[in-house]
Ligand binder design. Sequence first.
Ligand code: ATP
Ligand code: MG
Length: 272
Amino acid sequence: MVNRSDFMHALEEVKPAFGVAEEELDAVIQNGIIPYDGTVDEILRAGHLIVEQVRTSKRSPIVNVLLHGPPGSGKTAMAAEIARSSQFPFIKLITPDGMIGMGEAQKISAMNKVFTDSYKSPLSVVVVDNIERLIEWSPMGARFSNPILQALLVLIARRPPKDRRLLVIATTSNRGILTDLGFLDFNQVMRVPPITTLPALEYVVREVELFPVDEDRRDAMRMLRDAGFDKRPDESRLQIGIKKLLSIIEMARQEPDAVAERLVTALMELDL
Ligand code: ATP
Ligand code: MG
């Protein structure tokens, strides 16, 4: 027999067709946003301005921006953070991870549904994450799914219905191929750079409390300077995405007696 509590339970399980994908946003900003240098603030501030443009401008019902940068530089987290801070009533992510196991047609219909759902809300953000993976780009023979590509090109540029406004935030690690494939008309393009300076790296190390004792942290930084990691940014040996840095830090943490050594060794190995 089905009683009222079953019914209420079933209701809770039904995901609304529109709304904010809180869990997905939380999942991709798992480690928060660490303001390790000025570029982080600049990107968030630029994102904020774009959000306000969408919110207030009658003339731009659709605005699309591209965040690009090397693997692991924090593009997905930044896109999600800009989306979340908009507080728009509809926020959804289209990610390759959310489409594992789907065929071409199924992916297209899932992407189409996100955009169609967004048109029900007066203000929406859709994050189109990692475009090259969404279109199944493969450098081997430069292959990709043309149907998915064509669908995405249309979706990210299509004007929403009257009185609806949409912000599309796309991300990629490969801006070059996107341009070649016809993604030419972004309203704004922003680069999410890797970490290239020791002060920025030290900021992260401090923030995640890798070294309980300050002196140990200073020792580690000295080792990195001795190894030549403090060269000018343009000739810097340091070139690491925040995602990778955080994973190296967690690895180093596993060996409490040799945290500094583990950190320095892992960073030096990146350079090879
Ligand atoms: P990929 O190239 O693999 O798609 P990505 O550039 O999208 O990687 P993210 O997946 O966003 O990188 O990973 C960044 C991780 O670092 C997230 O866990 C995020 O919470 C964390 N993080 C901490 N500080 C920052 C920051 N300032 N900017 C971006 N991400 C940050
Ligand atoms: Mg990403």
